[in-house]
Design a protein around this ligand. Structure first.
Ligand code: ATP
Length: 437
């Protein structure tokens, strides 16, 4: 009975024991459910703990959090609660519930239910198992274990994809992630839901969540291929077609992401899904991309990264493809861009000089700062004002082009600039946006 509990990663065992202790104190039972159970059986690491309580899950979460002396966040409208342990781990709690769907593709109505009801409302049999913390027994009403063994994705009832068409995306995601197969009858039901045009009926914000999850998978190209074959991408924008060229670009993106992960381990984590989305939407013009951002409610920073890729064209590409380009120009072109945009560009243009210049930027110029400060300028008698920015820009440009190497040389350059009277910068250069070359 305890064999599954023994497989639980060590860092989670203490926390799970404490959940069980709360259950004993409250004379109830707590169950691990969903993806955590699936991955435990498969031997795949998963630290996302989901606990269902037959009874009041919110009150349970509150008592559990009190026993740990930590805070709980309650999501009353969903009947769920999240407890963040001191170790940084989190546990989601919910009361067992029953759902029904008043109309296709809309959110369900929820009411109290048994554990059996709670497992029945889930997407696939492999996600509809539970483990009781009392004795570690597997609760498997719907044949999930068998389906895991046979590597199949199976819905729990014929209306599943109609009730919630986001399960179409989820089916593809699990199928491709684990190298499983959507079981034939389920596949037939999935195709029927597609024929009914149900993907287009999902609220775009829910579609966005699932699309992002797909693009965050380890190798999303597999998922993209499967979706293209099953449904196409009209649900993003009618007539969005992807071609062999798109796939070649997506593969190049994959290579650039691993290049970045290998070489720049200390930089901020990448939003890899944004880069794949740039690849997926590459055939579209900027106007259409803006429309997609609005429809799916993408955030400002996400939209900015998609569009800055689109706008980086013509002269900028030509300049970056020149071996003789000055470092200050490379800096001016690339510093305002995100890593996501830069890697998409590096994937797109297969020109060795262009790539070399981007590598130089990442290796040397990115984040380059000068040593002199406002205090140093004040010390030289320069009154604070717009001149400061002009002087700093000149010094940075000189530093990038290796004309000054340390603070002493920076100060010497400033004195020289002050003696000569400062050259006027164009408004663009002063803003630092498009190059200080
Ligand atoms: P992942 O490994 O990608 O995080 P997961 O299965 O843990 O996958 P979650 O989205 O965290 O995914 O969902 C947790 C559980 O909630 C699922 O295992 C499933 O039982 C249930 N679930 C999630 N989304 C749906 C859905 N659209 N329809 C029915 N059940 C769902």
């Amino acid at each position: 009975m305890k064999k599954y509990l023994e497989k639980i990663p060590e860092e989670l065992q203490g926390l799970i024991n404490k959940v069980h202790n709360t259950a004993v104190r409250k004379n109830t039972e707590a169950y691990l459910v969903g993806g955590f159970v699936r991955d435990l059986i498969l031997g795949v690491k998963n630290l996302d703990l989901d606990i269902v309580i037959e009874g009041d899950g919110l009150k349970f979460a509150q008592d559990f959090a009190d026993s740990l002396g930590v805070k709980v966040t309650l999501h009353r409208q969903f009947g769920t609660a999240t407890v963040f342990a001191r170790s940084g781990l989190k546990i989601d709690f919910s009361s067992s519930r029953r759902e029904h769907y008043p109309s296709p593709a809309h959110l369900p109505l929820v009411e109290e239910g048994s554990l059996r009801d709670d497992l029945f409302r889930r997407d696939f049999t492999l996600n509809a198992m539970a483990i009781g913390l009392k004795d570690g027994r597997l609760v498997d009403y719907y044949g999930g274990l068998d389906d895991l063994r046979h590597k199949v994705i199976r819905v729990l009832h014929p209306l599943s994809f109609i009730d919630d068409p986001t399960r179409i995306f989820r089916a593809v995601r699990f199928e491709q992630r684990y190298d499983f197969k959507i079981e034939p009858r389920s596949l037939q039901l999935l195709k029927e839901a597609l024929r009914l045009g149900l993907l287009e009926r999902i609220h775009p914000h829910r579609t966005r969540t699932d699309l992002i999850l797909i693009l965050k998978e380890k190798d999303p190209i597999k998922e993209i291929k499967r979706i293209e074959k099953l449904a196409g991408f009209d649900f993003i924008l009618p007539q969005l077609k992807i071609s062999p060229k798109t796939y070649a670009f997506l593969k190049a993106i994959k290579r650039e992401i691993s290049y970045f992960h290998k070489n720049y381990t200390e930089r901020r984590p990448l939003d890899t899904w944004v880069i794949y989305l740039i690849g997926l939407l590459d055939v579209l013009e900027a106007k259409k991309i803006k429309k997609i951002c609005a429809k799916f409610g993408l955030r400002k920073g996400e939209k900015k990264r998609l569009l800055s890729y689109k706008r980086f064209q013509g002269r900028f590409i030509a300049d970056l493809s020149r071996a003789s380009i000055k470092p200050a120009r490379i800096f001016g072109l690339l510093e305002p861009l995100s890593y996501e945009t830069i890697l998409a560009l590096r994937a797109k243009y297969n020109n060795p000089v262009f790539k070399r210049n981007i590598t130089d930027f990442l290796d040397i110029y990115n984040g380059m700062r000068i040593s002199v400060s406002g205090n140093d300028l004040a010390g030289l008698g320069v009154l604070p004002g717009p001149r400061y920015r002009k002087i700093f820009t000149q010094v940075l440009k000189a530093k990038l082009n290796s004309q000054v190497r340390n603070k002493e040389e920076e100060l010497a350059l400033i004195k020289q600039l002050l003696r000569k009277g400062l050259p006027t910068l164009t408004a663009r250069q002063a803003s630092g946006r498009q190059g200080v070359d």
